[in-house]
Design a protein. Structure first.
Length: 368
């Protein structure tokens, strides 16, 4: 593995769309007591269901703490490749490498700085050193060269690419005080151009209500294909999400992508009933000093937009809500070439994210 100090875009690299062909997907086996209740038993079943659905069409690499390898092997099929690796939590999207590809099909990772979604300002736990090493260690194990971007704080869930020069972000996240406070919006955008090959950055104003990542874009808006996105939506003006989604719609309707296209926006409803933390959930969690703690009745950032696009499927969170089937129907029509995998995901959501947050795609390069 070579660690590059150069800039990917200058060398012809760009971030492809998630809907483009993959070599595989990275996941991390859950174990953090402050995120996953009751010894992570239910969370592990949910992670296993996600991994097996993805494995139907691409290789899954599950990063597992050494002493948990036997437990993981018992719960996962032989299709899942286990790699020994320490981490602070299980959010592969945010701590794993962001991959970029060249016109010749070379794939390299990017090693952003990770600071637990806000560092000492408003981060969610006090120690994140292991997480900050995951991207580099994974690329080393699989033989990928990696770009050193440790001077810039970014999580994979805060960016979406259409593979044609357009990158989606939320201003609420990328401009938050706990990430890159010394950089202006223009300087942050330049970083996205330099590392992701972005030609047009679309700055959605907000994300999902109560999203503790400062409203990652992958929970509110995602590309279906170039020129088309899904947007989390509610028609209920009494719902706190209403104004946030309206603001995003107004922004998208006024913008064009890198190719000059007016975006087609498909509304994807949020659950009809808020998904909230229960006392039973809390009784199973063990928080450490400096860790963000939950409260009974706290609304969770449930969104069907937080799906993963595998080579052959859409791995879609379900919440036991009346809008579950609507989400299946909408995405089935938008992705007719892919199988929809509805996965009960509340046990992931209680940890603070969802299916897209626990997965990170590896693009397919040449001869793969």
């Amino acid at each position: 593995m070579k660690r590059w100090k150069t800039l990917p875009a200058r060398e012809g690299f760009h971030m492809p769309g998630e809907f483009e062909p993959h070599r595989g997907c990275i996941m991390i086996w859950p174990e953090r007591p402050g995120s996953w209740a009751y010894g992570a038993a239910a969370a592990r079943r949910a992670f296993a269901a996600v991994a097996e659905a993805i494995a139907d069409s691409e290789q899954v690499y599950m990063l597992v703490r050494e002493d948990l390898m036997e437990t993981a092997r018992e719960m996962l099929s032989d299709r899942i490749r286990l790699l020994p690796m320490d981490s602070d939590d299980a959010w592969a999207r945010d701590v794993g490498p962001t991959f970029v590809v060249s016109g010749q099909g070379v794939v390299r990772g990017i090693d952003w700085q990770f600071n637990a979604w806000g560092g000492t300002e408003d981060g969610l736990y006090a120690s994140w050193g292991k997480d900050n090493q995951v991207a580099s260690r994974f690329c080393e194990q699989l033989g990928y060269d990696i770009y050193d971007a440790q001077d810039f704080v970014l999580e994979g869930g805060s960016i979406h690419s259409d593979g044609e020069g357009t990158v989606l972000v939320t201003a609420s996240c990328l401009l938050s005080a706990g990430r890159n406070p010394r950089l202006s919006r223009e300087q942050i955008e330049e970083k996205l151009r330099q590392y992701l090959g972005a030609e047009k950055v679309l700055w959605l104003p907000r994300g999902i209500y109560q999203d503790e990542t400062n409203e990652h874009v992958d929970n509110v808006c995602a590309f279906v294909r170039p020129g088309e996105v899904v947007l989390a939506w509610t028609d209920d003006p009494e719902d706190p999400q209403y104004d946030l989604s309206q603001a995003c719609m107004e922004y998208l309707e006024a913008e064009r992508d890198a190719r000059g296209r007016k975006l087609v926006v498909h509304k994807l409803p949020i659950p009809a009933r808020p998904v909230c933390v229960t006392q039973e959930d809390l009784d199973g969690l063990e928080f450490e000093p400096g860790e963000d703690e939950r409260e009974a009745g706290e609304r969770l950032a449930a969104s069907y937009v937080n799906f993963y696009t595998s080579n052959g499927g859409i791995i879609l969170p379900q919440f036991g809500d009346e809008n579950d089937e609507k989400a299946v129907d909408i995405l089935g029509k938008l992705f007719p070439e892919r199988k929809i995998y509805p996965i009960p995901a509340r046990d992931i959501l209680v940890g603070g994210g969802n299916i897209h947050c626990i997965t990170q795609q590896i693009p397919r390069g040449r001869q793969e």
